[in-house]
Design a protein around this ligand. Structure first.
Ligand SMILES: C[S@@+](CC[C@H](N)C(=O)[O-])C[C@H]1O[C@@H](n2cnc3c(N)ncnc32)[C@H](O)[C@@H]1O
Length: 313
């Protein structure tokens, strides 16, 4: 008896010893689980078969168009709907040259709550069991998005904050300088998630992109943000849906990362901008194997010099 408990204590001590925490060590050994060379990614892109025509943007109402999609055909939805704040993209407070903002940004005329519940309600049927969605929202109508997610049966996995560098100047309130991004999945047990950072936090600090002198609709999301959605939540060759294409940024990033896309935009004035933006990007142009995004051993040794003995051994 006495001997047994002695052995147990020794066992516990040695287990504790084995588990001693060394700052940075797990990160040093971290590898991305699913990764593809550029050639492999290109082949997956070419070989992919989807039950819909891909790599096009239709100038139609997204809610109607989603009804035409087959069941379970979409790997990832990226949706940045109109925010329901009567943003027409030309207000002087946004400090933009109105001549460079494309006409016809379509805001929501119906009640925002019912619009939101209709488009989010359409998602579970068309998303694959392994699929997911990133839904972008300002704070003013966030509650409608959250209610619609809950009613749709999608599962909320993370509430991300995208912090950008500055917002519109205010006198009697704080300046809004963030968006909310709801990361939701169809099936909590089966969703694809490719962790390509050791410690991916839920606050993302990413500057807005400025395209000085170029014509655009005034609500463009940065490519860096969309490429993160694509890299974390899809494989090369997968199919991405953006129901509210705006400037077509999702299409540009999908094409540049060997992903296929379908998308809708109700404002057909945007067609020229889409053609122009897409023509400037070659298929796979942005693609890098995910392990290349990890910090190098040298960078980690600079941050954690005590790890040197783990590298040399
Ligand atoms: C916030 S913007 C999207 C911006 C986009 N993420 C980008 O990076 O350029 C929303 C877009 O949805 C479009 N839209 C509004 N109602 C729509 C509908 N029912 N179907 C399709 N597009 C719609 C608007 O015209 C606008 O271009």
């Amino acid at each position: 008896m006495g001997n047994d408990s002695g052995k147990r204590e020794a066992g516990t001590r040695s287990r504790k010893k084995r588990r001693k925490y060394v700052a940075g060590l797990a990160q040093l050994h971290f590898q991305v689980e699913d990764d593809w060379s550029k050639e492999e990614a290109c082949q997956l892109y070419k070989d992919a078969v989807h039950p819909v025509d891909t790599d096009n943007i239709l100038y139609v109402d997204a809610i109607q168009a989603m009804k035409e999609l087959p069941d379970a055909c979409i790997d990832l939805v990226i949706a940045d709907p109109p925010f329901g704040i009567d943003f027409r993209g030309k207000e002087s407070q946004y400090n933009r040259d109105p001549g460079l903002v494309e006409d016809g940004y379509v805001e929501i005329d119906e009640n925002y709550e019912s619009f939101t519940s209709r488009w989010i309600g359409a998602l579970p049927r068309i998303i694959k069991d392994t699929g997911s969605a990133y839904l972008v929202s300002g704070w003013t109508n966030l509650k409608d998005i959250l209610i619609a997610i809950e009613e749709s049966g999608l599962h909320l996995i993370n509430h991300l904050i995208w912090k950008y560098q500055f917002g519109v100047f205010t006198k009697r309130k704080f300046v809004s300088s963030h968006y909310h991004i709801l990361f939701v999945v169809k099936d909590e047990q089966q969703y694809f998630f490719n962790k390509y950072e050791y410690y991916p936090e839920d606050v993302w600090i990413i500057p807005r992109t400025y395209m000085a002198g170029q014509k655009k609709n005034g609500t463009k999301l940065p490519e860096t943000l969309l490429c993160r959605f694509l890299n974390f939540s899809t494989k090369p060759g997968d199919l991405v849906l953006d129901p509210f294409m705006g400037n077509g940024t999702t299409a540009v990033c999908a094409k540049g990362l060997y992903r296929h896309y379908v998308g809708y935009e109700i404002n057909d004035n945007m067609a020229g901008i889409h053609d122009n933006n897409l023509s400037k990007v070659k298929i796979g142009e942005f693609y890098r194997p995910l392990n290349e995004y990890l910090p190098s051993t040298e960078d980690l040794l600079e941050k954690y010099p005590h790890l040197r003995k783990h590298v040399e051994n």
